[in-house]
Design a protein around this ligand. Structure first.
Ligand code: ZN
Ligand code: ZN
Ligand code: ZN
Length: 257
């Protein structure tokens, strides 16, 4: 299984428009974060988790020529506003299965109402095959087993995904400030955990670094990559305080498992 971090930034990206802080003006490429997304390649199948606002740029940068499935964590702008940019894949290969919870589909159908209008006239539409997933009920894309796991994001629910190819297991857990005990159980025994760590100070809808570290301590994955980071987190400064098996992810980082 090959993982490519398409983006590791929070909703405004890093640098943030108009900001002159040390991270936003940093020349370290690891401080340049597009909005959060992950590409998973397994046995010829290419899956993407979340089509961020920056998806077009991310797909070009990663040399993505085919997309076999899309998994959506939740319908916030920074995770879905790249949906229109799946059209070039549709031109070549037709509709793409999109996996999301019932709750996320309800929001997606409102935000992207025109895609589902029977009588839409004019304009190219992204072609999606909606697949509704249920928490804790595994499904397969190719030979990859995927388990949706609910996490708490303020007043909303976000879907985390655990992916296994039978040899290695990875979980992508973004946009949450709390993880319920049943979900924590489902996140044990991981080779790689990719976890939300928005900033240093507490935040009402995201994990801050100290909370992320506490969950890592409880879950004990072999390796953790932190993501969805804002400009509070300057890569070189924060990463040197982290234990060896906990790292800050950065854009275009590739892991082979
Ligand atoms: Zn987000
Ligand atoms: Zn800044
Ligand atoms: Zn969100």
């Amino acid at each position: 299984m090959k993982l490519t971090f398409l983006g590791t930034g929070t909703s405004v990206g890093v640098p943030m428009i108009g900001c002159e802080c040390a991270t936003c003006t940093s020349t370290d490429s690891r401080d340049k974060r597009l909005r959060t997304g992950l590409l998973i390649e397994q046995a010829g199948q290419r899956l993407v988790i979340d089509v961020s606002t920056d998806f077009r740029q991310q797909a070009l940068r990663a040399g993505l020529t085919k997309l076999d499935a899309l998994l959506i964590t939740h319908c916030h702008a920074d995770h879905v506003f790249g949906l229109d940019d799946i059209r070039p894949f549709n031109f070549k290969h037709g509709p793409i299965p999109v996996f999301a919870s019932e709750r996320t589909w309800r929001d997606l159908r409102r935000v992207f109402y025109y895609i589902f209008e029977a009588k839409h006239v004019g304009g190219g539409l992204p072609q999606v095959t909606p697949e509704t997933i249920t928490n804790f009920e595994p499904f397969f894309v190719g030979d990859l087993e995927i388990t949706p796991i609910p996490v708490i994001h303020g007043k909303g629910e976000v879907t985390a995904f655990r992916l296994s190819n039978g040899r290695a297991s990875v979980a992508f857990v973004t946009d949450c400030n709390q993880i319920a005990p049943t979900s924590l159980e489902a996140l044990k025994g991981l080779d790689v955990l990719i976890l939300d760590a928005l900033r240093i100070k507490p935040h009402p809808t995201h994990l801050h670094l100290e909370q992320s570290l506490a969950y890592i301590e409880e879950l004990k994955p072999q390796r953790t990559l932190l993501t969805h980071m804002g400009h509070d987190i300057k890569h070189s400064e924060i990463s040197r305080h982290l234990p060896a098996n906990i790292e800050l992810a950065y854009d275009e980082l590739i892991l082979e498992l």
